[in-house]
Design a protein around this ligand. Structure first.
Ligand code: GLA
Length: 741
């Protein structure tokens, strides 16, 4: 009952038609208002800070805009729905038929088309009591006896009363993911979308922030952030109409490009959820809300600690052998590692996987490489007190494989022309719309976990875009359902896997981070952020991803000192400090480290375990951005929910002569508390920075900040850290703060 009162506020008296006129959704600090009346369109009225509705109205902040417009009435304006009826008519007028309260918080508005009453659209709004998140989606219901074709079927429409928005989004490419891009939203339509089908975050991410007052500050401007929970093609539209009442309009959902969706008679399609947060206090709070909500409500095992692991890929690539794996396992255990993961190259009975050209689909161990199978590797991990994980790419096949020899018709391709091949020149994406293929993909995981029940972790990769968006399984008239049905089929497979194996840890990977999306979170505990392990590059990548995605799901591994991608040398401390910003792991052959690096790695892993609860579960505060201003420094921190612990990361990238120091003002602490400062894993043991051991009030740390002179000094090479780094570039300091009173 209490929940009912909290979430539902009926602001006006009940109307004669039996339901109230205005509906407010409440979260702890925000509010959204809609108005509904039977037989009329549903109207959006307000989204922003929680307040008395009368006050919002008094200050002119209540607007009136159709909450879910269909093509048909105001055809000059943006529309969320475009539905082609069986007779060819594509105009609709959606009016309210019914309003229902949602059990967990929020409302569902059932809209019906006046012209074709067998078409209904249920527009859902969900609110949360513990996080400032409101979600939206729409359910298309065809009650008619004939199919209809959905030509545009957005999840959410959000009118925004600001003519001066600044847009932030994260774009990139493989090994250069999630560059933070900030731009003014100028007149016209800005779209961000993906058509890559199976790994839709490869260039653009289905997430955005809008600063509403012409700026996008960390702490003090109004911000709306949004992200779409969908594994398929997405489409965002930002209209800047320059109209007086609603200058800006956002729409987001499934990308309708080449995706006309035939909705069979008596069936429905539920569009993915668009997740929004509103922050009156800058984008820092918007990120923290999304992170908290994801960990609590969306990400699988979101509040469970993640292990420190070593992955074999960058160390040995396809060169897997029992000896090399056993050596890496043993050496990593000696460093304090908690899990060993065998990456690509372990499988292929008839065609051993020695490169990217063969074997995908044949998920049995390669006898030449692992004559005794996978079990000895699992046993070795266990005897060293570690868990074990393994790599698969289950949605794929290589033309040179036993699977393709048996089932050449299981792939996505057009029957009448040659397909375009993916990685290695012979890779194809399996056609998940085919139920037999769904059984196969489920079976890849099921067979592996049945044969080796002690596998704790799976890395699920995807290295091919949907280049060939044609199905050999779907009939011709349903070809344009492919992108949606493929995504729904993938979701069904994942549901089957999770029904049987609810907590096996599964990492999602797609040539690095090409699948970073909220849609995967209920099925995967973590994602491989990027194949780029150059630690400096990683600062930019991780910073970009952290705008929307929580640290505990972003895998960050320490690679070799010399990056083959950027040809840059980076010392071990900086590499560890960058990876420790998220879920720490390693991606190199431990035996290639020299003695001082090995000793450092051991200390750094032990220290990470101590700060892990704060890094993986704490609130993120961004202090100095690598994308703005003083690019030579980057700093961020995590603060525990009780504000009794915090971890500060400071990175200094490139050395300059006579470099000026910078003041780093901390955030998120208790101003009235005193904190003890401890340096985490100093570069030289027992030689911590000057701040180590100091006790300082939260107020001073936040108002006056800290300076770290050690980061601007240039040292000569004869200092004792000479073995650990070649130059004065790439230095970092991590401080742990503990509240003492
Ligand atoms: C992709 C992944 C890598 C690695 C290789 C294996 O590129 O992103 O991390 O797993 O595949 O082939």
């Amino acid at each position: 009952m209490k929940r009912l009162l909290l979430t539902l506020t009926l602001l006006f008296a009940l109307t004669a038609s039996g339901f109230a006129k205005d509906y407010a959704l409440h979260t702890p600090n925000t509010m959204m208002v809609l108005s509904a009346e039977e037989g009329k369109p549903l109207y959006f009225r307000y989204y922003g800070s929680k307040a008395k509705v009368d006050d919002i109205r008094a200050v002119g902040r209540m607007v009136k805009y159709e909450a879910y417009p269909a093509f048909g009435t105001y055809c000059d304006k943006p529309y969320a729905a475009l539905v082609k009826q069986h007779d060819g008519d594509n105009a609709a007028k959606l009016v309210v038929e019914k309003v229902e309260m949602r059990p967990g918080g929020g409302f569902s508005f059932l809209l019906r088309d006046v012209a074709h009453p067998t078409l209904a659209v249920k527009v859902n709004y969900f609110s949360y009591e513990d996080c400032d998140v409101i979600k939206m989606n729409a359910e298309y219901i065809n009650e008619g006896k004939k199919p209809v074709v959905l030509q545009k079927y957005m999840s959410a429409v959000l009118p925004i009363q600001s003519d001066n928005c600044v847009l932030l989004h994260i774009d990139g490419s493989t090994k250069n993911e999630y560059n933070e891009v900030v731009e003014p939203l100028t007149s016209g339509v800005r779209t961000i979308s993906s058509q890559s089908g199976s790994r839709t975050a490869i260039h653009h991410n289905a997430s955005f922030m809008l600063g509403l007052d012409g700026r996008l500050d960390e702490t003090d401007c109004p911000v709306i952030a949004g992200t779409l929970s969908w594994m398929g093609n997405f489409h965002f539209e930002f209209y800047n109409t320059l109209q007086a009442r609603i200058p800006t309009l956002f729409m987001g959902g499934i990308n309708p490009a080449a995706s006309d969706y035939t909705l069979a008679a008596k069936s429905s399609l539920t569009t993915p959820e668009m997740i929004f947060t509103y922050s009156a206090n800058g984008k820092g709070e918007a990120s923290r809300t999304l992170h908290r909500w994801a960990r609590r409500h969306h990400l699988l095992d979101g509040t469970k600690e993640r292990e420190v692991l070593l992955n074999s890929w960058e160390g040995v690539h396809f060169d897997i052998s029992e000896t090399s794996m056993v050596d890496m396992t043993r050496d990593f255990a000696a460093l304090g590692g908690e899990m060993f993961v065998v990456d690509d190259g372990w499988f292929g009975e008839k065609y051993p996987r020695n490169n990217a050209k063969t074997s995908l689909g044949d998920w049995n161990h390669a006898p030449d490489k692992l004559p005794r199978g996978v079990q000895p590797l699992i046993d070795m991990a266990h005897s060293n007190g570690m868990k074990f994980g393994i790599w698969i790419e289950p949605e794929m096949v290589n033309v040179k494989s036993e699977l393709y020899e048996k089932h050449p018709d299981w792939v996505l391709r057009h029957p009448d022309f040659d397909p375009s091949y993916g990685r290695g020149g012979g890779q194809l994406l399996l056609d998940l719309t085919n139920p037999k293929v769904q059984d196969h993909v489920f079976g890849v995981v099921d067979n592996l976990l049945t044969k080796y029940p002690e596998i704790y972790y799976i890395k699920w990769d995807n290295n091919m875009t949907m280049n060939n968006a044609s199905s050999l399984y779907l009939p011709k008239e349903l070809q344009s359902n492919l992108t949606v049905d493929f995504t729904l089929a993938l979701e069904n497979i994942l549901k089957r896997i999770r029904a049987k194996y609810p907590h096996v840890v599964i990492q999602l990977c797609a040539s690095g981070g090409a699948r970073l999306n909220y849609g995967y979170m209920p099925y995967f505990q973590e994602m491989w952020t990027s194949d780029q392990t150059d630690a400096y590059h990683r600062v930019l990548i991780q910073w970009g991803a952290l705008n929307f995605y929580p640290s505990n799901m972003l895998a960050a591994h320490v690679g070799s000192p010399f990056s083959k991608y950027t040809q840059r040398h980076i010392p071990i401390k900086y590499r560890f400090d960058v990876a420790s910003m998220c879920r720490l792991g390693m991606e190199m052959v431990p035996s290639t480290m020299n003695d001082s690096e090995r000793a450092y790695a051991k200390r750094a892993i032990a220290e990470y375990k101590k700060i892990r609860p704060i890094v993986q579960q704490g609130d993120l505060y961004r202090l100095v951005s690598p994308y703005e201003g003083l690019r030579d420094f980057t700093s961020l921190m995590y603060v525990s929910e009780q504000k009794d612990k915090a971890v500060l990361f400071v990175y200094r990238h490139i050395v300059k002569h006579d470099m000026s120091n910078i003041i780093i003002r901390l955030q998120g602490l208790d101003p009235n508390a005193t904190y003890a400062i401890r340096e985490v894993a100093p570069e030289v043991e027992n030689k911590p920075v000057r701040l180590n051991g100091k006790t300082v009030s939260g107020h001073v740390l936040m108002q006056e900040g800290v300076v770290i002179p050690e980061l601007v000094k240039t040292y000569s090479q004869n200092r004792s850290h000479g073995e650990m780094r070649l130059s004065n570039d790439y230095r970092s300091v991590v401080l742990e703060l503990t509240k003492i009173n």
